[in-house]
Design a protein around this ligand. Structure first.
Ligand SMILES: [Zn+2]
Length: 239
């Protein structure tokens, strides 16, 4: 499988690309993101989920009608309502901080100060430029500074940030920053290997490509530690 490595320099160092020089098509097709934080409106949660679903249902009905679809058809009639519910309650429920997983830390009783790796966490997200799926595997690791968290919580953090309109680099960074905050350590690594349906099913239609993005904090920036992590998750290190 062909793989493309993305660097996170644009996000980390601030923007060195002047986005206003780019067309809407360029930004979408190159999947350029503007910040680590998901851009949200100030009034993002001034209305309830129920009100959001009612609005989205009406808007989506309009989209379908504009496309020329007949919503009197039994198969199509319920689609606006289903899409609205799916957006608010499922695939984009990670936009709302009330859904953020509550993380309890445990004392590291076994004095386990080696690398802890949770690999092959399956996730489904959506591209914020095209609103079609991004899916793949996330691999996360940390070196405990005295506290540990339950393995299922690592999975929950990945799922929470996946359930937003995303770009892969931002998803990588948001997971990494959250782990660093929760675990109170810089020693965190995140690697995401994903497919983008907007690349495989439209645009350049490259069905074989996968995109790899990574974040190496603290000790993981050291070559030996990084290699150990990549060996655990089964990634090649010779390119
Ligand atoms: Zn896209």
């Amino acid at each position: 499988m062909k793989q493309k490595e993305i660097t996170l320099n644009t996000l980390l160092d601030g923007n060195n690309i002047n986005l206003s020089d780019l067309s809407t098509e360029d930004i979408g097709n190159e999947h350029i993101s503007t910040s680590v934080e998901t851009p949200m409106r100030e009034d993002a949660f001034s209305i309830s989920d129920e009100e959001k679903m009612a609005k989205i249902q009406a808007h989506f009905k309009g989209i379908m009608e504009t496309l020329g679809l007949d919503l009197n058809d039994d198969s199509l009639r319920g689609t606006p309502e289903r899409v609205a519910k799916m957006y608010v309650k499922e695939i984009f429920n990670g936009l709302n901080p009330v859904n953020k997983p509550k993380i309890a830390l445990f004392e590291n009783r076994y004095q386990y100060n080696q690398m802890l790796v949770e690999k092959d966490i399956t996730f489904y997200s959506n591209c914020e430029h095209h609103f079609v799926p991004i899916f793949g595997k996330a691999h996360v690791a940390y070196i405990s500074n005295g506290k540990v968290i339950g393995l299922s919580k690592l999975n929950r953090i990945v799922q929470y940030y996946s359930k937003r309109p995303q770009v892969q680099e931002r998803l990588t960074m948001q997971i990494a920053k959250e782990l660093q905050a929760v675990l109170q350590t810089d020693d965190v690594a995140v690697l995401i290997d994903a497919k983008h349906l907007c690349v495989s099913s439209r645009g350049v239609q490259d069905i074989n490509s996968a995109t790899v993005s990574s974040f190496y904090g603290g000790k993981f920036a050291e070559e030996g530690t990084k290699k150990e992590f990549l060996a655990y998750v089964g990634m090649r290190t010779d390119y």
